[in-house]
Design a protein around this ligand. Sequence first.
Ligand code: SAH
Ligand code: SF4
Ligand code: F3S
Length: 474
Amino acid sequence: MAYGFPRDGMNSPRKVHVKSFGCQMNVYDSNRMADTLAPEGYVETASPADADLVILNTCHIREKAVDKLYSEIGRMRELKDAANADGRQMLIAVAGCVAQAEGKEIVRRTDSVDLVVGSQNYHRLPSLLARARGGETVVDTEFPLEDKFDALAQPSPQAIAKRGVSAFVTVQEGCDKFCTFCVVPYTRGAEVSRPVEKIVADVDRLAASGVREVTLIGQNVNAYHGLDAGGAPVALGQLLRRLAEVPGIARLRYMTSHPRDMIGGLSDDLIAAHGDLPALMPYVHLPVQSGSDRMLAAMNRKHTRADYLEAIARLRAARADLAFTSDFIVGFPGETEQDFRDTLTLAEEVNFATAYTFMYSSRPGTPAAELADQVPEAEKAERLQRLQAVITRQWRAFNASFVGKTMDILVEKPGKLTGQLVGRSPYLQSVHVMARPSLIGSIVKVVITDVGTNTLFGEMTQTVRGPAHATLGA
Ligand code: SAH
Ligand code: SF4
Ligand code: F3S
């Protein structure tokens, strides 16, 4: 059967179901995989049961992620057997960071997987799939020399419109920081920045298809140093200034930043951009991991508690309404009660809008996995709970502080109730408001009336800026 054409005798396209685990980079990659398969005749389906190809886009960051993958493969195997019984071929592909890290081990451990493709090789998907379809079990986890970004297909205007008014754009990938607990430098390779012109072209295309908000993503996004048209390196602040000029783009965000790149002279321009660019949203994710200098050194974070607090203070001086989120790891090897208390006091001092809190998870191949002084699970769990109590209190207070205030809301999609729309505040809070569907893609002024568990509720006062495309979502 010819690959890439509708199935024999049937005029229906092939269907691909992509399931993402892990970070924003994986969500972005999942979309780009779908875009790359679209010219091959694949359409996306939300239901794995009727898919001809299921791609599990995996994350390797914590132990449970691998367990999750194998239980997911088990579930998919049942669907695959059912498809086979119907005389239909269904392929299972594993992509992402577990694919990169485990490679052949995956096809050794299970015979249900047809293709393992590493995080840098998605542009080769069409040829790899052709081989898999012919019955070969294919593993490709080499770090290639060619630029995967250039080789991946661009989304069609229809695909963009379907995904909504907010989009991710990868500007940087990989990491050279080698925190002692982390697998990312091994699964994503060395840090690489994309050239400015390519990013501008991506954002132009997104804006032309109705996207209003762009989040620049990278494992170390504020280490960005892509080249401009003249071959000169450009830092993230300058890139944001350039993108703020793209017509139709009302909001810019970036994640994830490393505190090491938010201190010292090189960060001045990025910090100043927060004061200069109204489009740059006042919400910064700055993972700190620990408040203890002893732990920060053992983690090889290359910054101190004081450095972190200074970065926060400089950002707040540039824009007073900035809010911060963070990542924390509790129970890193050797963490004492005093070290942990330093983390609690740092959280109190900064007052976060919210944060992700994790128990340290030992990752094979990372330096911290070799450390003797591992913290018992029960102690980690107890510390996690104590930290979560502080963060939950801060998060509730942050949300409650907006009741009675007016916020700019980017309207994204219809809500569950008739006449209800869901949008995002500058702080990524989900806001429910009653308004007409034609406002999807607009930024509207909303008075916040109530706070739910994960949502704010409000009433619209006026439209600020209309959608770039009047038809979007209408
Ligand atoms: N610089 C990247 C880090 C990605 S990992 C970024 O910020 O996006 C995201 C978070 O996972 C890290 O900030 C850290 O808090 C957590 N993490 C990474 N490795 C971990 C491990 N071995 N155990 C527990 N949490 C971990
Ligand atoms: Fe991992 Fe540290 Fe790199 Fe973040 S900065 S990806 S935590 S090694
Ligand atoms: Fe996970 Fe890979 Fe992202 S390990 S957090 S999917 S970079």
